[in-house]
Every structure is written in C-alpha cells, then in structure tokens.
Ligand binder design. Sequence first.
Ligand code: IPD
Ligand code: CA
Ligand code: CA
Length: 256
Amino acid sequence: MELKDLVEEVVPVAREAGKILLRYFGRRLTVERKGLRDIVTDADLASEEYIKGELERRFPNIPFFGEETGGAEGGIRWVVDPLDGTKNFARGLEVFAVSIALVEDDHPVAGVIHVPARDLTVRAWEGGGAYAGDRRLTLDEGSPLSESFLATGFPHGNPELVDPYVEGLRRILKRAMAVRRMGSAAYDLAMVAYGIFDAFWEFGLAPWDTAAGAVIVREAGALLSEIDGSPWNIHSPTIFTGRRVPYNEMLEIFNG
Ligand code: IPD
Ligand code: CA
Ligand code: CA
C-alpha cells in the first residue's frame, strides 16, 4: 500500500479517537498516577483501545505500539499517543491531540495529528508533503527571532533536565517576540506545520509524543534536529524544529 493511501485511512481513525475524547472532556474522569508526576485517565485508555483495534483491523500486518499498552518496539510499527496533553485534558483545558505515526525502526515515515478542539487534522508522509484537508502546508523561511512566535515544553519527569533547559529558555526569552508553553507536544508540532508557531523545542519527550509531528513539520518545510543541530530520531533526548531563519538564530543561541 502507498504511504499516501495509508495516511488517508488513518485520518478517520484519529478523528474518531478525537470524538471519543470529546465525550469524556469536561466530565468526571477516573485519574490514576502512572509515574513521577504523571497521570493516566479513562479517556487515554478508551482512545488507545479504539485506535489499536481499528488499526489492527484495517492493517493486520502492521504491529502496534501505544503509550498506554506498549507493543512492538522495532521494525515497522504504529507509534501512538492516544491523548497528548492529558494534564490539560484532565483540568478541562482544550489543548490536547491524538497522534498516530508509522515508524520504521527509529524513523517516522508517516503521521497524523488530530486536534479535536479545533477540529483540525494535519497529516504527512515522507516525500509526499504535509496537508490540512485539501491545503498543502508549506512554510516560508520565517523572520528573525524578534518577530517570531515560539512554542516550547518544560521538562517535568526528569529534574536533571531543568537547569540545562532553563539556560536555553533564558537566552531565547531575551530575543524572541513571544514564547508559549501549551502542554501538548503533538499540538505544538502540528501548529508549527500549520504556520502558527515559527519554532518549537523541548527536552525529554518520548517517541509517541514526537513521531507523527516530526514527519509533519519536516514535510511542511521546517528544519528538524536535536537542540545541538545533530540529526533527530524518535529516541532523541531533545527536539528542535522551526522555519529556517528563526531555527538558525536559535541554533546559535542554544549552542553559542
Ligand atoms: C505530555 C505532553 C507535554 C509534554 C510532556 C508529555 P502526555 O504528553 O506532550 O506537552 O511536555 O513531556 O509527556 O503525557 O500528555 O501524553
Ligand atoms: Ca504525550
Ligand atoms: Ca498521552
């Protein structure tokens, strides 16, 4: 099957998972602790159960990995975050997303991110471009940092990342027009591809947070690497992406 056709078949799965999430949104949730300052809700689990079942039904030969239930760790597989932005969701803040990627070893080759609150689905496959509905997403080179609108994420699960992260943030805050912390990395990446944010960086993310977004930003024309400019893959400890002009300026600021 062509990657394009596969992506078109994943779109309704991501959108339906979004509808499932919206049925839980704003209601009383069952919240469980799952790690250091991390939670999981019944909405995360319901979304993953649906996505897993649906992908296995439509693509019986492609193994599945989901944040909540695990699965295949190598080769060709789905890598899914059924609800990215769980803490926002649990507090009733509408910034959250569904993220589904097709990954080959460490390298994502196709991705779909659905943002239920905006009813926006962005999708991309390697070599085929990034799209929102019929619109092809193509980013220009952007503007200097003083005119750039940036997104980032704070490290929270690993206290050791805080100091190096804050050092970079401190430098960027002195130069950028504005920096936002939305609380959903998949949302942030979708919004880079969609042209709302000019760049995004975060430390300490997991493959399911970034896999779909990475293909989507790249196919939209953003640069993507680790924070030091080295090649990015789904296991990278940092992610950094943006339009060419702010990306280059930030690369120098982070590493200068
Ligand atoms: C989280 C979000 C958040 C990021 C965290 C992730 P989750 O995902 O993407 O923006 O800062 O590191 O864990 O737990 O809501 O799926
Ligand atoms: Ca996540
Ligand atoms: Ca999640």
